[in-house]
Design a protein around this ligand. Structure first.
Ligand code: UD2
Ligand code: MN
Length: 373
């Protein structure tokens, strides 16, 4: 009898333990999936909470962060836009201009490209981005309206990471923005600068209020959200330190990767050259245009302007342009006739996706002499 009682008690204890184990397992799984879903954002969230409590410039809550330092010369953002915004009606009190250094910034970011990425996931993460990849802060008046232009062909894998990282960063930066993918139609030689010229005109056709244009490679992700994607008193070079260059500027006149010009700065240099087919040189030509027109490139602090580039092989039909060395010697002569004023293209299709606007364009091909070169 005692044995039977003991047996029953033991059985009950075993069941209880089993139940507890099961409960423990379920809780662990829930936590695991939650952290996995947030993945890298986990640390950002923690930092964001600290950052919003502390002074935005304060370093005290983030021992690993670098002190923001915004160079005085040419580093001042353009003055806030005074245009009334449609979101003003959302609250009763008139909205204040967004702070120059928004309080929700988190500083250094952990960027990696090993976790799988899907467009569905990125869409789920960014429910407040409007169709076509547009966003407007709701709690303050954005200082500028920024069109972000990405030259593109066959880099869908990179685009998912770019959207995954950039949308939340831009949101924290309190930018009113639209994302435009300028997709080169066909398989002729790639032409990055010409695509960006197309992007400038097409973005303005979409919304004539854009006053700032940021030109970004699809494979470049900023590692610090204090690198503010907006326009400045002087043309801006954002991608100062890239992992592939050991986080240093490769040479003083380097202007590749990510750059930004206000509408008037862009028009002053007659936009970008249309005649650089294939890889290289176009960024140096743009740098020359800026200097020759009496402007000076501004940059963020080297500790803040850090970037990761998704590793890749050189694409087909974007072989190094053998003409580039000669061409960059002649910017002074060519820039007046070759640029936004001489741009010719045909829009094949405009598709408004949830997280970006895709503009497919036919931009022609290099003249026969270059095609052979
Ligand atoms: C460098 C510069 C880049 C540009 C280029 C020379 C860096 C980080 N970037 O890039 O700004 O000056 O040299 O032209 O140093 N692309 C496509 N599909 C293609 C080819 C290019 O989408 O088939 C786009 C894409 O956005 C890419 C960008 O063009 O990121 C630049 O091309 P790249 O990444 O092959 O060249 P890379 O990394 O040497
Ligand atoms: Mn690249």
């Amino acid at each position: 009898m005692t044995r039977l009682l003991l047996g029953v008690t033991l059985e009950r204890i075993c069941k209880a333990v089993l139940l507890l184990c099961l409960l423990h397992f379920v809780i662990i799984m829930i936590l695991y999936f939650d952290v996995y879903a947030q993945h890298l954002d986990f640390f950002s969230r923690f930092n964001a909470r600290n950052a919003s409590r502390a002074h935005p410039f304060s370093n005290s809550s983030r021992p690993n962060s670098t002190a923001p330092s915004y160079g005085p010369a040419g580093a001042e953002p353009l003055s806030p836009s005074t245009k009334p915004s449609s979101n003003q009606s959302v609250t009763e009190k008139p909205l204040q201009p967004c702070q120059e250094m928004p309080p929700g910034l988190v500083g250094r970011l952990l960027i990696e490209f090993s976790s799988p990425m899907t467009m569905e996931r990125v869409q789920r993460e960014n429910p407040d981005v409007r169709q076509g990849g547009k966003y407007t802060p709701q709690d303050c008046l954005p200082r500028q309206k920024v069109a972000i232009l990405i030259p593109f062909r066959h880099r869908e894998h990179h685009l998912k990471y770019w959207l995954h990282y950039l949308h939340p960063i831009l949101r924290r930066q309190k930018v009113a923005y639209g994302i435009y993918i300028i997709n080169q139609y066909g398989e002729d030689t790639f032409n990055r600068a010409k695509l960006l010229n197309v992007g400038f005109l097409e973005a303005l056709k979409d919304d004539e209020e854009y006053d700032c244009f940021i030109f970004s490679d699809v494979d470049l992700i900023p590692m610090d959200d204090r690198n503010l994607y907006r326009c400045y008193e002087q043309p801006r070079h954002f991608a100062v330190g890239m992992d592939k260059f050991g986080f240093r500027l490769p040479y003083a006149g380097y202007f590749g990767g990510v750059s930004g010009l206000s509408k008037s700065q862009f028009l002053k240099i007659n936009g970008f050259p249309n005649e650089y087919w294939g890889w290289g040189g176009e960024d140096d030509d743009i740098f020359n245009r800026i200097s020759l027109n009496g402007m000076k490139v501004s940059r963020p602090d080297i500790r803040i302007g850090r970037y990761r580039m998704i590793k890749h092989e050189r694409d087909k039909h974007n072989e190094p342009n053998p003409q580039r060395f000669t061409k960059i010697q002649n910017t002074k002569m060519t820039m007046k006739r070759d640029g936004i004023s001489s741009l010719q293209y045909r829009v094949v299709e405009v598709l408004r996706q949830p997280l970006y606007t895709n503009i497919t364009v036919e931009i022609g091909k290099p003249p026969p002499r270059l095609a052979r070169g």
